[in-house]
Design a protein around this ligand. Structure first.
Ligand SMILES: Cc1ncc(COP(=O)(O)O)c(C=O)c1O
Length: 393
């Protein structure tokens, strides 16, 4: 099929919820991919932070294809091996006690919200009305009704009302505003350590410490949405490790499956038994193929791998900061946001794609989430394209 035929097929049968670039990617290897005509692209997006090990990592392909050919799905009504193996690795690497597997970031956040409300119900009773959740202005937590409500950006709050009750928003890095929004009905505060969709903006370390203490003293659960920052992206398995705190609940997704749909809620000590049988579930949760992929991703992320992520992130940042037309670079590890001095992120990304580089946007910024396994040669190729585009603005 030609590109034009595929585009028409897509247009005819797929709901028009995405604005796509005029490119059809056909195959890839590590951080390089090719379109239908064989044009090469350097991938600085990893499918929005998903392909942590790049395209078609050999060990990952072997593990998922072997699992697919052995037993692809049976449901959570039976025991299977890949789920608990992936959960064990997750717990060992993050210090959490239990894992609930779902299929996406939003679904993981739904699980976290339900857990926080159930925890307060168990501890304080329904009559306490302790179900409110404070999230941060400019956050992004997903597209389902509750996670859309938790998302602290008015632009997402059009059309779909009425929203879920019990959410309020405090300004990031403003402890006084958090305190003003917390009431005796607050059961949890929900944060991203680096606001990803909001513009790749890290939280201040002081704010995080104060928030963590404040919540702990009041038995308000801290929920960390690490859907974008988690699983190695910042140079640690979880971004919370940079901040020296251990939230009661953390959610991860994107990178966890290395390209397969999977999300997880990680439960700390306070909440590991909060959800009992029949209270939460999902048909595809702990899917053996997705978990076999997650196991490879997690096994790969030892200290040396994570140090490489930090080194590559530093390398990218140092090179980009020196480029023309760059006002600032924000982010952590291999999650970077470039504020251009002129032009806009959409135009810059479109020009990069034309020249064979795939970055992302995050509001006004050009956002980079390259595969964590990207080589220096691939980074240099991508940086050369980025510099060419920026210098022509
Ligand atoms: C921080 C954060 N939370 C939640 C989500 C939603 O994840 P998903 O699209 O897998 O539902 C995203 C997606 O970009 C995200 O960046």
């Amino acid at each position: 099929m030609t590109y034009e035929q595929i585009r028409q097929l897509d247009d005819s049968y797929i709901a028009h919820t995405y604005g796509r670039a005029n490119v059809c990617i056909a195959k890839g290897k590590n951080a390089t991919c090719w379109d239908l005509d064989g044009k090469e692209y350097i991938d600085f997006s990893s499918g929005i932070g998903v392909n942590a090990l790049g395209f078609c990592d050999e060990q990952w392909v072997q593990a998922v294809s072997t699992q697919a050919a052995t037993m692809q799905h049976i449901s959570n009504l039976y025991y299977t091996l890949p789920g608990p193996q992936a959960a064990q690795l997750l717990c060992e690497k993050t210090g959490y006690q239990k894992v609930f597997f779902g299929n996406s970031g939003a679904e993981a956040n739904e699980g976290a919200i339900k857990t926080a409300r159930k925890y307060s119900f168990d501890q304080y009773g329904a009559e306490s009305g302790r179900y409110e959740i404070v999230s941060l202005v400019n956050s992004f937590h997903g597209r389902t009704m509750a996670t859309l409500t938790a998302t602290g950006q008015a632009v997402f709050h059009n059309y779909f009302f009425p929203f879920v009750q019990g959410f309020s928003y405090a300004a990031a890095n403003d402890m006084e505003d958090v305190k003003a929004k917390i009431t005796d009905k607050t059961c949890a505060v929900m944060i991203e350590f680096v606001q990803g969709e909001g513009g790749v903006i890290p939280l201040d370390a002081d704010f995080v410490q104060q928030l963590w203490q404040y919540c702990k003293e009041r038995d308000i659960l801290l929920i960390a949405d690490e859907v974008q920052t988690g699983i190695g992206r910042t140079g640690e398995i979880l971004a919370s490790q940079h901040f020296g705190i251990h939230p009661d609940i953390t959610t991860v997704a994107k990178a966890l499956g290395g390209g397969l749909p999977i999300g997880a809620v990680l439960f700390g000590e306070k909440v590991e038994y909060v959800l009992g049988a029949g209270m939460h579930g999902t048909t595809f949760g702990a899917n053996p193929v997705a978990c076999a992929g997650a196991k490879v991703v997690l096994e790969r992320m030892d200290r040396a791998f994570l140090d490489e992520v930090k080194a590559k992130g530093d390398y990218l940042r140092a090179k980009i900061e020196k480029m023309p037309g760059v006002q600032s670079v924000t982010g952590m590890g291999m999650m970077l946001g470039i504020q251009p001095a002129v032009s806009d992120s959409q135009t810059i990304v479109a020009k990069c794609i034309e020249k064979g580089l795939i970055p992302l946007t995050a509001k006004a910024k050009v956002r980079l989430l390259p595969p964590l396994t990207i080589t220096y040669e691939e980074m240099d190729k991508g940086l050369a394209i980025l510099e060419e585009v920026l210098s022509q603005l």
